[in-house]
Ligand binder design. Structure first.
Ligand code: AMP
Length: 541
């Protein structure tokens, strides 16, 4: 008898259903399900998809906001041996046609809000055989798409699948596309084994800190990074394995998010800095109590000014780091109990670092010759990683895959420093590095400092070609409403940090320019490629 158990996504569901089947899963504050109902709905969805002809190896795509239905898809689709493609709902129609064709989607489950978009590109979706409608109810929307059914009706009509099959843990479970700033989107993919190990590794890291930033059984969880983006950092799988109450917010509206945090007593979330900034500055959110809330900030560096504003509201904000190619989580910036006794500024600095690696993650920082750089928190190196949950390659893309891996290490494309305690600090994307007179000046560090100026709402720093220095930093600054800081005030502010030895002296060569908005990618990250295009076209070297 073979007693070895494969690491399959269905295993994530076992303990919570046995231990507390009455625990809740809430959608938008209106629909409430127990874990027992959730388990049954997963089994119904699996049977319904099989009745539609979905089998092992087929690809089922989802276009939805963060919902309980999306969570059901996270389980049911891979559990029948099919591949879940989480479609980025913010892609342009052209990119959507490309990713749907490239992933060879067979079926698309689509929220009624995105029907017009699919209608527009339908003639070019060659692989897709069926569309299934996701809706919160009400009248069926008029559409020219041939719908194979509506999700709730299909679930109601199906007999729950009694047993989910066993298969090889290396079977592909999910796929999605990176939202790069140049070129075509690149597909990444993860197996059952990788997702289970990422779930365990993430829980081990998040649960092991003594006090600060723990994720534990008593928590109430709500994602605020889209479920299409790297499985919402894999945390819905962790939350389900823990069996905690989960809240899915639907479309992100700042006031709704703040209200749900307060009324559903959400204690644990994750989001990008831009969303945290919105929650902290939107006047409609001010009335809600956020003081029980712990939030992992990732996807981009957390500016210290945002961390300070979060702490003022009683929010326990700290950093997580990862990327689409890495499932995603690689490191976290937990504070020890001793560090929690440090003064506020020291804590903010620690919370905004990139942090220490998760269990089973190996990190190394190398120079141009591939030698490891010293752990002095000053010498930057290219960050390479190893872990059991990294994408094996880009989907059907040999040349980019070759660049992704070097000698068994995945090239993150990030530049970072590491201190003697092993804590990382990302200073740039490799392609955004600014070299002034041969010295690397960290654009992220400069942005962080410029954001501490009282008149600055948003900032991005890019390298401006310069005959003498090679490059000098150019700050693009969005002022706070009613403010209009002068270029020399910004430069003076930055100079204060150079005088204190926080920034290298090359930073005083900074120029600043007021702009209306910072260009962003489809997931809200600063788009420096677009900004170089917009602001440097006519710059003479
Ligand atoms: P994506 O694949 O779209 O999730 O983007 C991954 C990239 O986002 C990483 O390679 C980093 O450049 C950046 N990133 C993610 N988390 C952080 C963080 N905590 N600090 C700085 N940069 C980050």
């Amino acid at each position: 008898m073979n007693t070895t158990q494969q690491l399959l996504i269905k295993n994530i569901l076992q303990a919570p259903i046995q231990d507390d089947p009455n625990q809740e899963i809430v959608y938008a504050g209106t629909l409430r399900f127990t874990y027992a109902q959730f388990r049954e709905r997963v089994a119904r969805l699996a049977a319904a998809l099989m009745a539609q002809g979905v089998g092992p190896g087929d690809t089922v795509a989802v276009m939805d906001y963060d919902s309980h239905r999306y969570l059901e898809c996270y389980f049911a689709i891979p559990m029948i041996g099919a591949v879940l493609h989480t479609i980025n709902i913010r892609l342009s129609p052209e990119q959507m046609v490309y990713t749907i064709g490239h992933a060879e989607d067979d079926v698309i489950l689509v929220n009624s809000d995105f029907l017009p978009l699919l209608e527009q590109i339908r003639g070019r979706l060659d692989t897709v055989e069926k569309f299934i409608l996701l809706t919160d109810g009400g009248d069926a929307p008029a559409t020219s798409l041939p719908l194979a059914g509506e999700y709730e009706a299909l679930l109601a009509a199906s007999t729950p699948l009694a047993d989910f099959p066993d298969f090889d843990e290396n079977t592909r479970a999910t796929t999605f596309y990176t939202t790069g700033t140049t070129g075509l989107p690149k597909g990444v993919y993860f197996s059952h084994r990788q997702l289970v190990l990422h779930t365990l590794g993430g829980l081990a890291a998040l649960g092991s800190n003594a006090t600060q930033g723990r994720f534990h059984r008593e928590d109430v969880y709500m994602p605020i990074t889209p479920m299409f983006h790297v499985h919402a950092w894999g945390i819905p799988y962790m939350a389900t394995m823990l069996g905690v109450k989960q809240v899915y917010p639907g479309r992100y509206i700042p006031e709704v998010l703040a209200r749900l945090i307060s009324t559903e007593k959400v204690t644990f979330s994750h989001c990008v800095p831009t969303i945290l900034h919105m929650l902290l500055t939107d006047p409609k959110c001010a009335q809600y109590d956020l003081s029980r809330w712990r939030v992992v900030i990732g996807g981009a560096a957390m500016p210290k000014a945002i961390c300070a504003a979060a702490l003022d509201r009683g929010i326990d904000a700290f950093t997580g780091y990862g990327m689409s190619e890495t499932c995603p989580i690689l490191s976290l910036s937990h504070l020890s109990d001793a560090e929690l006794q440090l003064d506020r500024d020291a804590q903010i600095a620690l919370r905004s670092r990139t942090g220490k690696s998760l269990p089973m993650v190996q990190l190394r920082l190398v120079d141009d010759e591939g030698r490891e750089v010293p752990r002095d928190d000053r010498t930057p190196g290219a960050l390479q990683v190893r872990a059991p949950w990294l994408t094996a390659s880009y989907l059907k893309d040999e040349s980019n895959s070759k660049r992704l891996w070097t000698d068994g290490w995945l090239n993150t494309g990030d530049v970072a420093c590491r201190n003697a305690e092993g804590s990382l600090r990302i200073t740039d994307r490799t392609k955004d590095v600014i070299k002034v007179g041969g010295e690397w000046v960290s654009s992220l560090e400069m942005e962080d400092i410029i954001l501490q100026h009282p008149d600055v709402a948003e900032a991005a720093v890019i390298g401006r070609p310069d005959l003498r220095w090679g490059e000098t930093p150019l700050a693009l600054v969005v002022p706070k409403p009613g403010a209009a800081p002068q270029e020399k005030e910004i430069v003076q502010h930055v100079k204060g940090f150079v005088d204190r030895g926080v920034l290298p002296k090359e930073a005083v060569l900074l120029r600043a320019r007021l702009v209306d908005a910072i260009a962003r990618t489809s997931v809200g990250k600063t788009n420096k490629v677009a900004m170089r295009e917009m602001y440097l076209k006519d710059v003479e070297e």
